[in-house]
Ligand binder design. Sequence first.
Ligand code: DX5
Ligand code: ZN
Length: 227
Amino acid sequence: MTFDRSIKIAPSILASDFANFGAEIRAVEAEGADWIHVDVMDGHFVPNLTFGPDTCRAIRPHIKTVMDVHLMIAPVDPYVEAFASAGADIITAHVEAGPHIHRTLQAIRGAGAKAGVALNPGTPADAVAHVIDMVDLICVMTVNPGFGGQSFIDMTGKVRALRDMIGDRPVHIEIDGGVTPVTAPLVAAAGADVLVAGSAVFNGGSVENPAPYGENIRAIRAAAQSA
Ligand code: DX5
Ligand code: ZN
């Protein structure tokens, strides 16, 4: 993975057909996805359950781009090695998931993955100031995590603060939740480069009819690039 700040669209398979992850991933990549965003939920840190490292390992061969694993679980540390060995390129942990985010980020890089840190809407940018040199990505949640299809919560002030904090460091700013062609320009203008989108990518298409995936991806990208 080489670093750049161009706009990247990362479809979340949370909004895809859970019985058909392999084909859904191949379809969105063929239609222009830059990364694949994988939402892991534990029914404890967030009020919903998805899947764990075995599913990540199973879908890995279908991903040609970047496997971006978003852990909405607590605790994180006992599972870092399992997600890294499942083939995650990036593993993102929430700063709110435990008292030792510094240790968690060390463990992620130690396991050979890129390290991400995520911030819930109620958590200030300052919460990552002392781990900024330990991360490859900061994920700004623009919904309260747990479900797809929620409305965007404006976090552009936080994104700007993080962009200033990052300076020249090779750290991505990722936006997760409620990204659409309407909201994408707001966060892109504030300094975000990775846009996760679930419903706004998968709406209207299917594995049998993937063209809408491409139209949706292009619409989000064009809106972000116009910012
Ligand atoms: C929310 C997840 C998101 C979600 C985004 O808890 O982390 O990645 O899939 O879905 P949309 O784009 O539908 O808001
Ligand atoms: Zn996510």
